[in-house]
Design a protein around this ligand. Structure first.
Ligand SMILES: Cc1ncc(COP(=O)(O)O)c(C=O)c1O
Length: 373
């Protein structure tokens, strides 16, 4: 057999998948990053109509339909933090492709990418695929990323640092001061900040802030997606935005890798972004209630959990063997080390599931804790 590229050999399948494979079929799955809500019906309907009318048969513009890009631009206007020109957006196959484009277009072989550890699994893998050098950095006690840690880690070889707020796997939300600092660091050190904002609306305490609003240079690109906000993970629709020069470079990668995002998904996303936003509010309210139930339950069990202020994940500190005990007893959670070395001693619990199921899972977690302590 022929050899595989060294880039691909450095990437393994995500540790999350291994956990799913170890679990029984009727297990309670608290391992998955997927809201348990339906996609809003007006979004589904827009895709159905586009398909039936024949509007989704052909390639769209590489950057995406003008209707969708206008909807994304209008969304940023509505949010009031910064404005985005429709020419400076590429609709992508989920936030995942947007991250890929951003890293591929900005990282040369051997250049460093700084990212949070524990952090979203793609950051390390995509850095390897670009032949860059991953530089994971640890977090504060509350699981937020300290801008000073990022600044200390920057060297002459640093191309990019990644900020993810609200964060997977921690649920941490960075303060406005931190976000201002990240913008300053991107400006002063002339490194690119990739701000992964796919959970931007799922915030319970405080507010979401983007370094794009504060940077004075064009050294920030923002990754967004419909996946979590509108429970549209299966539609595969995200975007990246940044200065026109950066977008034109990322477009070169997108054009040859993807040509354009799926047309039906673009119609659905446009409707999701321009239609009623109540489904988002309802989902966020439900997540907040569940977070509170989960935090109370974990405290009763005696597990310390930094308070997650957004997304739908919590990361308690857990005793050795705890994750396996939970999985053996039919509750799937992900070991913290699946998200980086500094994740060891933690587990990620996704609470994108109903309150009754969460309570059942908490019973099991209590038993698992007693078994290993
Ligand atoms: C932090 C973060 N960024 C990006 C993504 C990718 O999202 P998408 O499903 O839109 O590709 C995820 C998905 O779990 C995520 O958690």
């Amino acid at each position: 057999m022929t050899e595989f590229s060294h880039r691909v050999e450095q990437v393994s399948m995500s540790g999350i998948r291994e956990v799913f494979e170890a679990a029984s079929e009727d297990a309670i799955n608290l391992g998955i990053g997927q809201p348990d809500f339906p996609t809003p019906s007006h979004a589904r309907q827009a895709a159905v109509e586009a398909v039936e009318n024949g509007n989704a048969d052909a390639y769209t513009s590489n950057k995406g339909t003008i209707g969708l890009r206008e909807a994304i631009s209008a969304k940023y206007d509505r949010d009031g933090a910064f404005s985005v020109d429709t020419d400076d957006i590429i609709a992508t196959s989920g936030g995942s492709e947007a991250l890929h484009l951003a890293i591929e277009a900005h990282v040369d072989p051997g250049e460093e990418v700084i990212f949070p550890d524990p952090g979203f699994v793609s950051y390390d893998a995509l850095t390897h695929l670009a032949d860059g050098t991953p530089k994971p950095v640890g977090l504060r006690e509350d699981l937020t990323l300290d801008p000073a840690t990022v600044e200390d880690a920057i060297t002459d070889d640093t191309a990019v640092f990644i900020v993810n707020s609200p964060a997977n796997p921690t649920g941490a939300v960075q303060s406005e001061d931190d976000i201002r600092e990240f913008a300053r660091i991107a400006d002063e050190h002339d490194v690119l900040c990739i701000s992964d904002e796919v959970y931007e609306y799922i915030v319970f305490d405080g507010e979401h802030h983007s370094p794009m609003a504060y940077a004075e240079s064009d050294n920030v690109v923002v990754v967004g997606a419909c996946s979590k906000t509108y429970s549209m993970t299966g539609w595969r629709l995200g975007w990246v935005t940044g200065s026109n020069e950066r977008i034109e470079r990322m477009l070169r990668v997108h054009q040859y890798m993807q040509a354009c995002a799926s047309a039906p998904a673009q119609f659905a996303a446009e409707a999701a972004l321009t239609g009623p936003q109540e489904p988002v509010d309802e989902m966020v309210t439900a997540f907040e209630e569940r977070r509170d139930v989960l935090l109370d339950g974990l405290a009763d069990i005696g597990l310390d959990t930094p308070t997650p202020r957004g997304a739908f994940y919590a990361m308690p500190e857990v005793p050795e063997g705890w994750v396996d005990e939970c999985i053996d007893r039919g509750v799937v959670v992900v070991p913290g080390e699946a998200f980086g070395e500094h994740g060891e001693g933690y587990a990620r619990i996704s609470y994108a599931t109903g309150i009754e199921t969460l309570k059942e899972a908490l019973e099991v977690m209590g038993e698992a804790t007693r078994a290993v302590r």
